[in-house]
Design a protein around this ligand. Structure first.
Ligand code: EPZ
Length: 418
């Protein structure tokens, strides 16, 4: 089994470049289904979830080409299927984002219902209620959802919760609907703004993305787009925390401070020096950090995708911090693994109480999901002796060349194939 082996205790220093955003890249790829013209997406990370999406698009009949991954071309001219099969949806829930574009463009889509996953039950009811508001007939049977509508029609939709995926699915669906759609209580994540920017390049009329009210005026057809994905704010945040947890001095080139406000404010509260540059963000950390409470929330709140990493940082901070997870009901799977490394953490419902200890100790640990696995790598960087992190396929879903990036900053980390 492949493992990541980390010999901890080295202070990280230097500059490292952030890659393109996985979570912005996925909806951009699905947006290509909205047009028969060839779309070009630049700067996508070469991670498992992006490769799964390309495979899914090919299964539906898209032509996919890549220019050494600098640019990915998707042409959805002659679709041969309107289905996202269970084999792919079960490995990657974002496949559900095929439904909105397919029903909008072809009048029909069939997508496997994603089951629960390691971090929570993650239903898709908000997506489906929104599509129904747009006039789609929804049928659910045999583990699949079918959506059908000769032509969607604009509607006012109020989301029960600002779901990122539902906002993206509905925004895409509404671009080809008859009339105006208003999505209220929309998610405000930077990834939504990036998707809207690409849709506008296709000829869509989208306004308000990045705010809680997104307005889409439907058009008859959409054309090609050429778009460079935004930098991955979660990867950038992870690398900054790698600097902070080792008491290091790390600058992440390409990171956008405005996408990282909530994290940077918490790092400062914890006593980490933060430098917000133009096109770069840096941390200058001393040996000592203050305990800092964090509560995850939809953007612009503290991102759930950085909760595990921040908890790793708090395990050796001075004092007690409360980490509250409000987005997913089961996103503390990393806690017991951190405890195996000597952390003092108690979980009570949605809150983890972390009492800082002077030092973590290296141990063999197991990754349970994408962000949990990277949190263990971060903890291992700060721990004494050697840690081995198993089940690294979780990590490969969303981090590109993580070992190489950390090594370039002075970490002693390698991937060992067993
Ligand atoms: C996106 O997932 C991200 N994934 C997640 O990143 C991220 O954690 C999440 O947004 C929150 O920021 C991608 O962008 C591909 P949601 P998504 O719909 O869209 C509930 C990572 O580590 N909900 O905003 O699936 C849901 O159960 C990943 O990179 C419903 O109840 O998240 C959850 O509790 C993991 N019904 C909450 O809303 C619905 O129909 C937020 O989910 C939809 C969601």
């Amino acid at each position: 089994m492949t493992k990541i082996v980390v010999r901890g205790g080295r202070r990280l220093g230097g500059r490292v470049a952030v890659g393109g955003s996985k979570n912005a890249g996925l909806p951009l790829l699905f947006a290509a289904l909205l047009t028969p013209e060839r779309c070009t997406i630049r700067g996508l990370p070469r991670v498992a979830d992006i490769l799964t999406t390309l495979h899914l698009l090919q299964k539906i009949g898209c032509l996919v080409g890549d220019d050494a991954f600098e640019a990915i071309m998707v042409e959805a001219r002659d679709l041969t299927s309107a289905e996202a099969p269970y084999e792919l949806v079960k490995t990657m829930r974002a496949s559900f984002l095929t439904l909105g574009p397919l029903v909008a463009r072809t009048g029909y889509g069939r997508v496997a219902t994603p089951g629960g996953c390691a971090i929570g039950s993650r239903p898709v009811d908000i997506h489906l209620a929104g599509l129904e508001r747009l006039g789609a007939t929804i049928r659910q049977a045999h583990g699949y959802v079918e959506a059908e509508a000769p032509r969607l029609r604009g509607a006012r939709i109020t989301l029960d919760f600002p779901s990122v995926g539902a906002t993206e699915n509905l925004m895409m669906a509404a671009t080809l609907a008859d009339g105006v759609t208003e999505i209220e209580n929309a998610a405000c994540e930077p990834e939504i703004e990036d998707l809207a920017a690409a849709l506008v390049k296709m000829g869509a009329r989208v306004a308000g993305a990045g705010s809680t009210l997104v307005t889409v005026e439907g058009v008859r057809e959409l054309g090609a787009f050429d778009h460079t994905v935004i930098p991955d704010r979660i990867e950038a945040g992870t690398l900054l925390i790698a600097g902070a947890i080792t008491g290091g001095d790390v600058t992440v080139d390409g990171a956008r401070a405005e996408h990282l406000d909530a994290l940077l404010a918490k790092l400062e509260e914890a006593g980490v020096g933060v430098e917000r540059g133009v096109g770069a963000v840096g941390v200058r950390a001393g040996a000592c950090r203050r305990a800092t409470d964090v509560r995850t929330a939809p953007h612009p709140g503290f991102p759930t995708d950085l909760q595990a990493q921040f908890m790793a940082l708090m395990t050796t901070a001075e004092g007690r911090s409360m980490i509250t997870e409000t987005i997913f009901e089961n996103r503390f799977m990393h806690v017991q693994e951190l405890v195996r490394m000597g952390a003092d953490i108690r979980v009570d419902g949605k809150t983890a109480l972390v009492r800082g200890v002077p030092r973590l100790s290296g141990a063999p640990v197991m990754a349970t999901d994408l962000r949990a696995s990277v949190c263990l790598v971060l903890a291992a960087l700060a721990a004494q002796n050697t840690s081995e992190i198993a089940r690294v396929y979780h990590l490969d879903r969303g981090y590109e060349r993580l070992e190489a990036k950390l090594s370039s900053l002075g970490a002693d980390v390698e991937r060992v194939r067993g």
